[in-house]
Design a binder for this molecule. Structure first.
Ligand code: P6P
Length: 333
C-alpha cells in the first residue's frame, strides 16, 4: 500500500519552496482545509436539513434561524481566516465590500484571501457538485494597519497561492503556490485531505467543451463557429468532441483538469462583461490552469494580466486545454 501523504505533511515538506513563508502559508492552507472539512460536512447534510430536518427559512434543530448554505460557508471561511492570525482581510462573493479584520493580531497578518465560499450553490437543491474557490495575495498595505481595497485589487499573476475545493462524489482540495498543482482527497474516516493527484497536468487537448449553449446566439459568433467545429470534426487525437455542461464552474473546471477540455463563459448581450468574477473565480482558476499547462483568457487578454478595477468585476472566461482554448480564440470575431 502506497504511503499516505496528508495535506499537512505535503505542505510542510514543500515549505522550503517559499523561504519567506516561515510557516505563514502553511497555516493559511491549513485554515482553508479545516473550514473546507466543516463546509463539506454541512453540504452533505443539506438534503437532510432542507428537506427532512426542516425546510429552508424555518428554525432548525438547534433552534437557530435556517441560513442558506453559501452564507454558512462564507461565515465558516471568514471565521477561519479571522482567527488564523495570518490574514488581515478578505473579499468574498457573499459580501458587498471587502472586510478588514480589526483585531491587533489580524492587522499584523501579511496576507489577504479572496474567495467564493460556495460557487454554484443553486445546484445544492438538485444534488449537483459545488465548490469553493480561493485566491491568496501578500498585502500591499503596511503590516499593523487595516487591510485596504488596494490589497484586494491585485493582478492574478501576483497571487502567491490559489485553489479550489470540490464537494463532489468525494471532497477534493486542489491548489497551487506557483510550483505546480496538487490534488488532495478528503478521507472522511480519518478527517484528512490525502495526496491523491500529485503534479496535476491538464491534457493539451481534450474532447469536452463546456458552455451554456442557451447563450449561443447572444455571444460572439466565433463561439458558435467553435461549437459547430466541435460538432463536425474530431480533435487532434481523432476523438469526437462532446458537449458537457454541469452548470457548476468548479465541477466543469475539475473535469477538464483531469480529462482535458474547455470551459467558456463569454460576454453576452445580457451579460456584457461575462458572468464570472475576476478576483475570486477567474484569477485563481487561471493560475491553476496555467500551472497545469493550460490557458486562461478573456478572449482578448490573458486573465492573469488584468489590472482589477472593482471588487466584483466580471470578465469573459475561456479556460482549459491549451490547444482547445487556442482554437476557440482563433475563431473569435
Ligand atoms: P449559467 C454558478 O452560478 C456559476 O457561477 C458557475 O458555477 C456556472 O458555471 C455558471 O454560473 C452557470 O451559469 O448562466 O449557465 O446558469
Amino acid at each position: 500500500m502506497s504511503k499516505v501523504t496528508t495535506l499537512n505533511d505535503f505542505i510542510l515538506e514543500r515549505q522550503a519552496d517559499f523561504p519567506f513563508a516561515t510557516g505563514e502559508l502553511t497555516r493559511i492552507l491549513n485554515d482553508i482545509a479545516i473550514a473546507s472539512k466543516i463546509v463539506s460536512r454541512d453540504v452533505r447534510m443539506a438534503g437532510l436539513v432542507d428537506h427532512i430536518l426542516g425546510a429552508q427559512g424555518e428554525v432548525n434543530v438547534q433552534g437557530e434561524e435556517q441560513q442558506k448554505l453559501d452564507v454558512i460557508a462564507d461565515k465558516q471561511f471568514i471565521k477561519a481566516f479571522e482567527n488564523g492570525g495570518e490574514i488581515c482581510g478578505i473579499a468574498s462573493e457573499e459580501n458587498d465590500d471587502f472586510v478588514a479584520f480589526t483585531s491587533e493580531s489580524a492587522k499584523k497578518g501579511n496576507y489577504v484571501v479572496l474567495f467564493d465560499p460556495l460557487d454554484g450553490s443553486s445546484n445544492i437543491d438538485v444534488n449537483v457538485s459545488i465548490g469553493t474557490i480561493f485566491s491568496i495575495y501578500r498585502r500591499i498595505s503596511n503590516v499593523g494597519s487595516l487591510a485596504t481595497l488596494e490589497d484586494m485589487l491585485q493582478k492574478g499573476s501576483d497571487q502567491i497561492a490559489a485553489g479550489y475545493v470540490l464537494y463532489g462524489s468525494s471532497t477534493m482540495l486542489v491548489y497551487t503556490t506557483g510550483n505546480g498543482v496538487n490534488g488532495f482527497t478528503l478521507d472522511p474516516s480519518i478527517g484528512e485531505f490525502c495526496l491523491s493527484h500529485p503534479n496535476m497536468k491538464m491534457p493539451e487537448t481534450g474532447r469536452i467543451y463546456a458552455m451554456n449553449e442557451g447563450n449561443i446566439d447572444i455571444c460572439n459568433p466565433g463561439i458558435k463557429e467553435y461549437t459547430q467545429y466541435c460538432q463536425s470534426f474530431e480533435n487532434d487525437k481523432g476523438a469526437p468532441y462532446s458537449g458537457r455542461y454541469i452548470g457548476s464552474l468548479v465541477a466543469d473546471f475539475h473535469r477538464n483538469m483531469i480529462k482535458g477540455g474547455i470551459y467558456i463563459y463569454p460576454e453576452t448581450t445580457t451579460s456584457p462583461e461575462g458572468k464570472l468574477r475576476l478576483l475570486y473565480e477567474c484569477n485563481p482558476l487561471a493560475l491553476i490552469a496555467e500551472q497545469a499547462g493550460g490557458l486562461a483568457s478573456t478572449g482578448k487578454n490573458r486573465v492573469l494580466d488584468l489590472e482589477p478595477k472593482r471588487l466584483h468585476q466580471r470578465v469573459p472566461f475561456f479556460v482549459g486545454s491549451k490547444n482547445m482554448v487556442e482554437k476557440a480564440l482563433s475563431l473569435l470575431k
